[in-house]
Ligand binder design. Structure first.
Ligand SMILES: [Zn+2]
Ligand SMILES: [Zn+2]
Length: 373
């Protein structure tokens, strides 16, 4: 440990005393636990003792050196939870106090661009994400302590589990997309992909009143979780040719109404075209998958002829986050079923390796930092 870590001097921040651990990816496929000086909160900032932090698919992309916007050295972690340790000057104006249990809204928006001024700050033209794009003072949350702008720190109920709270961010991605989809009570919904984001969409689509709720994936273990979380039907793509073929063989499932909304949570060409094949005329395709490769073959003729609404969804805004906290706290969504492994911060490398090599056995892996419940 430490020998291949990024030197402390390379990091911004005021070193006052303590040394802390920080998970770092100095180069692709390498995870080290560096020792760096603790960073004190500046004006309007809060220092949080991290309890848990989820490993996101985007963190794994960065680990593999394949994230288009996150080069190495990387300092991953944006799905954290913890306890407020220190408030910088002025941070108390947000109502936060030392000892508060919190999670984060990790999108750092500029506040001055056109979209920010219009209120669409999740699509800020200068958007940065904590733990993804390094900023002077904000690195990743897979560390003993993390400093964030106070207005991005979200207070959670006193008796809410910090382990569950670390699931807020990915769940909020699903909630934002479900809201944007314009879903209505009784709708017939297909969710392509049963990873963390697919399962988040599934659960909020159910809460929003979806009547028929189908989940499709290549991994049967994930479909078992999807059933537990409310899928009325599952399609095992390791056995079936595709969702379109499956629906053609079983027309009674969607009936004459057809599929109102497809949530595309995979991010490959095949699943984009599958969405086009299965959506009813006038239906909606909500694109959440992160496409690593370009889509070369895309049936635009059907988009026009069937008057589809194709929408994208990026991150969330404050209300999506606070409503997600509420849904987790009140057990309206099940996050425990999505957490397949927990690794200690010192074994952080193992978590990344598992998500890379044993994806079939894993959905969400949490890094346990302080482990405070
Ligand atoms: Zn994430
Ligand atoms: Zn902006």
């Amino acid at each position: 440990m430490g020998k291949k870590s990024i030197p402390a001097g390379a990091l911004a921040g005021t070193a006052k005393g303590g040394i802390m651990r920080q998970l770092q990816v100095p180069e692709p496929y390498k995870v080290v636990i560096g020792k760096i000086p603790e960073i004190e909160p500046a004006e309007n900032e809060v220092q949080v003792e991290i309890a848990y932090c989820g490993i996101c698919g985007s963190d794994v992309h960065a680990y593999k050196g394949k994230h288009p916007f996150v080069p190495t050295p990387a300092y991953p972690g944006h799905e954290g939870s913890g306890i407020v340790l220190k408030l910088g000057k002025g941070a108390e104006k947000t109502g936060l106090k030392v000892g508060d249990r919190v999670t984060f809204e990790p999108n750092l928006n500029c506040g001055t661009c056109y979209n920010c001024r219009k209120g669409l700050y999740n699509i800020c033209l200068n958007l940065k994400v904590m733990g993804c794009q390094m900023t002077e003072r904000t690195k990743g949350m897979m560390a003993d302590k993390f400093v964030a702008p106070a207005n991005k720190v979200v207070k959670i109920p006193k008796d809410m589990s910090l382990k569950k709270a670390a699931m807020t961010e990915p769940l909020a991605v699903g909630l934002h997309a479900v809201r944007r989809s314009g879903i209505k009570v009784g709708d017939h919904v297909v969710v392509l992909g049963a990873g963390t984001i697919g399962l988040s969409c599934l659960q909020f689509a159910k809460l929003a009143g979806a009547n028929v709720l189908m989940s499709a994936d290549f991994l049967p273990s994930r479909l078992e979780v999807a059933k537990k979380l409310g899928a009325t039907h599952v399609v095992d793509l390791s056995k079936e040719k595709g969702v379109a073929e499956y629906l053609a063989k079983n027309p009674q499932i969607m009936g004459e109404e057809g599929v109102d909304i497809v949530f595309e949570c995979v991010g490959v060409e095949g699943s984009m075209n599958e969405s086009i094949k299965i959506t009813r005329k006038g239906g909606t395709i909500m694109v959440l998958g992160v496409f690593g490769d370009e889509v070369n073959h895309f049936n635009a003729a059907w988009v026009q002829d069937r008057e589809f609404n194709i929408l994208g969804s990026l991150m969330y805004t404050w209300r999506d986050i606070t409503d997600t906290v509420d849904a987790i706290y009140k057990n309206k969504v099940n996050v425990d079923a999505m957490i397949t492994n927990v690794v200690d911060l010192d074994d952080g490398a193992k978590g990344f390796e598992m998500l890379d090599k044993q994806a079939k056995d894993n959905i969400k892996i949490l890094v346990k930092v302080s482990g405070k419940e």
